[in-house]
Structures are given as structure tokens and as C-alpha cells.
Design a protein around this ligand. Structure first.
Ligand code: NIG
Ligand code: FE
Length: 419
């Protein structure tokens, strides 16, 4: 009988993700950072495991245990904020109007260029902390607020530093093609040239990013530019991702499929043809209902049509200063249900196994299974159906990364004092 390092017991439900059904009253045994047992407590000894004097015990206290959540689309590293633009939008200004007037991404870019690597790191770390406290153990982070060689490299180095010195595992994406920066507006081709021949080779040479992303939109990049940029990235080993069809139907879903993108993100205006193409290409759809909500958009990403076509659907925060300033990934489950009509199990898979697939981590993240890294969360709700249902509240009680408890919510005493 081998003693465990960690035993999570007392859960009302364990949600392993993938195709597995939730396990009522299951326990999770961990040794050397990996899950070694998953099932009823009565089966533990039969499998050769036992809690010993050195075993750390986590009492799930009638709660829900899920895999560590995966946030597959964030823009965590930036300086400044855009609270003033949020107020302008509440007065009726649109995201694109603000962008055309020099605000939006260009505003954040100016603040980000002026900030040092130290400052950017100090600003991003608490955002990453908040993600972790909401149960996220793996996240994708994009550059894209530098838009010149030095600042883009600076952002990617910040992401690398955070990855090395923070429990959350990060996957870096180069988004130098977020918008054409103001100094290149008169000659867009020169900026595309700089991306292809200057920035991408420098990013690849330092091994700073795994993915290359392009924002395809009227106010950003055109499909032919995206094609040139993503092909150049792919030839240097950076796998393609795309921001497409967010504000208008630019044929982005079909483009993502044709380019063999690992994920196509946003998709509010994706066409029926585009959805079929994504299914055939095996591209994962990353939907960002927080941005839909925050921008007050009436168009919804076609989650049901995507799932019916066989496209894996992931959900992400899109955490960024312009279209979704939040680290609350559980809230995206609620929006996934209320705005996109997902079922609770589909919503939870969208932030676990499908989210991991969207960032090339399907083998190590997003599922609880014997032999996998022990990344898990204990939520203070009785089932996976209750996590999206009781919304706007952080239910995460304990977060385990690689078998280590990295966060425990402090006890919350009641203010109720009966006489
Ligand atoms: O995913 N769509 C492009 N990028 C971000 C918005 C970035 C910003 O406005 O700062 C998004 O929504
Ligand atoms: Fe985004």
C-alpha cells in the first residue's frame, strides 16, 4: 500500500471532463504531482493507495471538484485602462467609432509602450493571481499592445517571466497583428513587412511564443494580410490562431479553416459555410461571451450550430482592458448558458478539455484522469450545474496545481449574530 501525497475527499461530485460522466462522492488521490486515483473512496485501498501520516488532506465539504480551469484567450499584459471608453459606449459610441478616433487598442498601446518590463510585470501579476483564485491553472496570454519590435518582445518576455515565477502555466501567443499602429497607417504594407521579416523572426529566435494570432476586422487586418502573416509565422514554427468575425462577417471562420488554425476566436458573425469549414479542419472555436456582453452586442456566437457541426467549443475570458476587463472565468459559464444556450456540462467542458485543445495542451491540462498532472479546483457548489447557476460569485475554495495546494480561500465568518 503506497501513501498518497494529497487526498481530496468529501466531494458531492467530481467532474473529470472529457467524455467521462461526473462521479458522485468521488475522491482524488495524488502522488508526485499526478493523479493516481479517481473514483469512490471505497476503491482506494483496492487500487493500492492509502492516506498516511504525511498525506495532505483537502476536505471538499460537499462541493464540486473539477480539473484546473483553462483560460484559452487572454490579453493580460498591458498598462493603463479604458474605463472612460466604457462610459462613452454607454452613451452610444461604438467600439469601432472609438477605435477610428484613435482610442481603443491604440490607447492601450501608448500606455504599454511607455511602461517598463518591471511595471508591466507588476501590473499583470495581480491579474494572473485573480485568474488563479477563480480556479484557472493554465492560461493563454497574447502580446499585441506593443506593435513595435521592442515592445512586443518586452510583452512576450513578461509572459515568459510570469510563466516561470507563477503557479499558473502560461502559453504565449504573438499578436503583433492586433491593429496597424498609428505610425504605419499611411503604409500598411510596411507594417506587414515588419511583422513578417522583423518581428516574427525575432520572436521565433528567442523562442518567445508558441502561437501567432491576427485580428481580422475592418479596423485591423484584412484576410490577405492575415494569410501572409500566419504563413510566415507557421514557417517559423508558430501555430496559427485568429480573432475573426467579431464585429462583422469577414469570412473569418473559412479563413481560419483554410489556414489550419488551431483555434478561431470570437465568431459572433460566423457564416454557416464557415462553421462547416471549421468542423472539417478540426479547428476549435473559442467563444468570448464576456466581450459580447461588455460591448452590448446583440449578435451572439453560434455556439449551438458549432457544436451540432462537430466543432469543439471553448470559452475564455478574453481578459483585456477594452472589451472584457474581468478574470472571472466562471462568469463565462453563466454567459455561455444564458447568451449561447450551452448546457452546464458543455459549458464546463468549454473551460477544461476543449479550452486545453484550443491552446495545444489537450494532453496535460483540462481533464482529471489517472496519470495526468494533478491540477484541480474545489468549488463550494454541490454540482457542476450549480457553478454557472449561482453567478457573479467566486465559488473556488481550493486550487491545486501539480499536486500542490496553491490557493485556499480564507474562512468567511458570518456577520449574523443572533442575540
Ligand atoms: O479580443 N478583438 C481584438 N482584441 C481584443 C480587444 C482588445 C482591446 O480592445 O484592447 C478582443 O476583444
Ligand atoms: Fe482577444
Amino acid at each position: 500500500m503506497t501513501p498518497l501525497d494529497l487526498l481530496v475527499s468529501g466531494a458531492a461530485e467530481v467532474f473529470p471532463s472529457g467524455d467521462e460522466a461526473p462521479i458522485s462522492h468521488g475522491v482524488v488521490g495524488v502522488q508526485a504531482g499526478r493523479v493516481v486515483y479517481l473514483g469512490p473512496e471505497t476503491g482506494l485501498a483496492g487500487a493500492g493507495w492509502t492516506p498516511g501520516p504525511g498525506t495532505r488532506r483537502v476536505d471538499a465539504a460537499g462541493g464540486l471538484v473539477t480539473p484546473g480551469l483553462v483560460d484559452p484567450h487572454t490579453h493580460l499584459v498591458f498598462a493603463g485602462d479604458r474605463a472612460h471608453e466604457y462610459a462613452l459606449r454607454a452613451q452610444g459610441a461604438s467600439y469601432q467609432e472609438i477605435a477610428r478616433a484613435g482610442g481603443g487598442i491604440a490607447h492601450t498601446m501608448a500606455h504599454t509602450r511607455a511602461a517598463s518590463e518591471e511595471t508591466l510585470c507588476a501590473l499583470a501579476a495581480p491579474r494572473l493571481d485573480r485568474l488563479l483564485r477563480h480556479g484557472v491553472t493554465t492560461a493563454e496570454v497574447k502580446s499585441g499592445y506593443g506593435l513595435d519590435l521592442d515592445t512586443e518582445l518586452k510583452l512576450l518576455r513578461v509572459i515568459r517571466r510570469l510563466d516561470r515565477h507563477h503557479p499558473v502555466d502560461l502559453v504565449a501567443t504573438f499578436l503583433g497583428a492586433h491593429i496597424v499602429p498609428p505610425e504605419h497607417r499611411a503604409d500598411r504594407a510596411r507594417y506587414v513587412d515588419l511583422l513578417v521579416h522583423g518581428m516574427l523572426p525575432a520572436v521565433a529566435a528567442e523562442g518567445l511564443a508558441e502561437f501567432c494570432d491576427v485580428f481580422v476586422e475592418d479596423t485591423a487586418f484584412h484576410p490577405d494580410e492575415a494569410t501572409a502573416i500566419l504563413r510566415a509565422g507557421a514557417s517559423l514554427g508558430l501555430r496559427p490562431k485568429l480573432h475573426v468575425d467579431q464585429l462583422t462577417d469577414g469570412g473569418g471562420a473559412r479563413l481560419a479553416a483554410d489556414l489550419g488554425a488551431v483555434s478561431a476566436d470570437h465568431l459572433e458573425f460566423a457564416s454557416v459555410d464557415g462553421i462547416r469549414a471549421l468542423a472539417d479542419a478540426g479547428t476549435t472555436a473559442v467563444l468570448l461571451p464576456g466581450a459580447t456582453l461588455f460591448l452590448g452586442q446583440s449578435a451572439r456566437p453560434p455556439a449551438r450550430a458549432l457544436l451540432d457541426a462537430g466543432v469543439p467549443v471553448a470559452l475564455a475570458t478574453d481578459c483585456n482592458p477594452g472589451t472584457c476587463p474581468t478574470e472571472n472565468l466562471s462568469l463565462m459559464l453563466t454567459l455561455g448558458m444564458s447568451l449561447l444556450r450551452l448546457q452546464p456540462d458543455e459549458a464546463l467542458r468549454a473551460v477544461t478539455c476543449h479550452a486545453a485543445r484550443a491552446i495545444g495542451r489537450a494532453d496535460v491540462a483540462g481533464a482529471l484522469a489517472v496519470g495526468r498532472p494533478a491540477d484541480l479546483v474545489v468549488f463550494d457548489v454541490p454540482s457542476h450545474r450549480h457553478l454557472p447557476y449561482h453567478f457573479g460569485v467566486n465559488h473556488a475554495r481550493t486550487v491545486v496545481k501539480g499536486g500542490r495546494v496553491v490557493w485556499e480561500a480564507p474562512p468567511t465568518p458570518t456577520f449574523f449574530t443572533p442575540a
